[in-house]
Write a protein that binds this ligand. Structure first.
Ligand code: COA
Length: 172
């Protein structure tokens, strides 16, 4: 059960340090070598979809999305990182961040959300494994962990090719 003073707001500049610390704790130094990290490197996340979960003034988690092109599809997103304070997991904060982020992404006209992550967690939000070989990343990824969620019906079937970050990242 979430406390009454729990809410989700836009990420602020002053959140960056706490979010980096949570990512370092969750993903370790190996995160810099991950393919998803390499796609995001040097490209700002979509500001309107960079969300922070707080209890009062205390940051307990955050989510970001990067705008990507996949082959000819120019309105896709790569979800990540998603991180929740390890002392605050299991309270629905991760789910709340994902649901809010996806709702906003849909409103903004994005068609497809990709991520590299655990199907047992992300399946509950409607993510499904990408059929092997349909979408490729510029680096090694376990195919079973490349997941997609359609924001527009049929978007996944219509999308093939290589994932690349795009410069058209910030809409607000
Ligand atoms: C994964 C993470 C974001 C979940 O945040 P959270 O606030 O605990 O999530 P919720 O409270 O919404 O959901 C908790 C549920 O998800 C389950 N869950 C968490 N991580 C899971 C995983 N990797 N695989 C399967 N289930 C998972 C929990 O067991 C719990 O199950 P329950 O609802 O049946 O009790 C958080 O644990 C975290 O930051 N982990 C480290 C970073 C990470 O792995 N990020 C995602 C990588 S793509």
């Amino acid at each position: 059960m979430q406390p009454a003073n729990f809410h989700i707001r836009h990420e602020e500049e002053s959140d960056a340090q706490a979010l980096s610390a949570l990512s370092a704790q969750a993903f370790g130094p190996g995160r810099f070598a991950r393919t998803a990290y390499r796609i995001r490197e040097g490209v700002p996340p979509v500001a309107s979809l960079s969300l922070t979960a707080v209890i009062g003034d205390r940051l307990v988690g955050g989510i970001r999305f990067t705008a990507v092109r996949v082959g000819e599809e120019a309105n896709a997103l790569l979800l990540g990182p998603l991180v929740v304070d390890p002392g605050q997991t299991g309270n629905g904060y991760g789910s709340a961040l994902i649901k809010e982020g996806l709702a906003r992404a849909r409103t903004e006209g994005f068609t497809l959300v990709l991520l590299v992550g655990d199907m047992p967690y992300y399946g509950r939000f409607g993510f499904k494994p990408v059929p092997p070989g349909q979408i490729t990343l510029p680096g090694p990824v376990d195919p079973a962990r490349l997941l997609a969620l359609e924001l527009v019906p049929g978007a996944l079937a219509a999308t093939t090719g290589m994932v690349r970050s795009t410069a058209r990242s910030n809409k607000n």
